[in-house]
Design a protein around this ligand. Structure first.
Ligand SMILES: C[S@@+](CC[C@H](N)C(=O)[O-])C[C@H]1O[C@@H](n2cnc3c(N)ncnc32)[C@H](O)[C@@H]1O
Length: 214
């Protein structure tokens, strides 16, 4: 029953990392994004509560079964915070392959949470000046930090069920506890984020406005 699959999953991740709703709400308000791309989404449908047009990608058969059917749209329609009908697309398969087949420079925001080096494959799909929301669990925040096409634009802190987005003192973030910062190759080898002196729950990067697709 896909609708239950989505709600069970959203409740479960809520228990681990806090309700995603205020996270996405804060990012939606700050960025003004409309078209969102979410590689490695699994069953996290919550972005469709805040953005009217979301493309989800995942290799997992359960995600594919849940998204391919009317329940995702029904659930999003019930929870949506915007006036129009939700548009939900799902691309099955390995994102290291499927993202290369999507149109370039079309999306406003990429979400990268606990799903590997998403930014390395999804950046070509972001429009110039678009946004990347990443955490550092699988080192994607560190990889974006090393990517000259991005600059850190804000960080999000999670405490007691609330997310606080701040643009203050951004220079102190992404500084390794043990310099120097690992290289891209080192981050790939470990697949884990490095420890930072001032960690944030999530990082919001902005793609350079004159970036050309690669
Ligand atoms: C730990 S779950 C995280 C799900 C969701 N992003 C969240 O934060 O709740 C990681 C998901 O990424 C997917 N994933 C990881 N690597 C992938 C790849 N190369 N292509 C497609 N999906 C991938 C897995 O199938 C899994 O569903």
């Amino acid at each position: 029953m896909p609708e239950q699959d989505f709600t069970d999953y959203i409740d479960r991740i809520g228990g681990h990392v806090g309700d995603r709703t205020p996270l996405y709400q804060a990012v939606a308000a700050h960025t003004g994004a409309r078209r969102v791309l979410y590689p490695g989404s699994y069953l996290d449908l919550a972005p469709s509560y805040h953005w009217p047009d979301v493309t989800y990608l995942d290799a997992d058969a359960r995600a594919r079964a849940a998204f391919q059917g009317p329940d995702a749209t029904t659930l999003a329609t019930r929870h949506k915070q915007y006036p129009e009908q939700p548009r939900i697309a799902f691309v099955p398969g390995d994102y290291t392959r499927t993202l290369a087949e999507l149109p370039a420079a079309e999306w406003d925001l990429v979400i990268s949470l606990y799903a590997g080096p998403v930014s390395e494959h999804a950046t070509r799909c972001l429009r110039p000046g678009g946004w990347l929301l990443a955490n550092n669990s699988h080192a994607d925040a560190g990889l974006a930090h090393l990517d000259p096409r991005y600059r850190l634009a804000a960080v999000l802190h999670h405490r007691s069920g609330h997310y606080r987005l701040t643009t203050d003192d951004l220079d102190r973030y992404l500084q390794p506890q043990r310099p120097p910062h690992p290289t891209r190759e080192q981050l790939h080898a470990t697949g884990r984020g490095t420890a930072y002196t001032h960690p944030a729950t999530a990082y919001l990067f902005r793609l350079h406005p004159r970036t050309r697709e690669t």
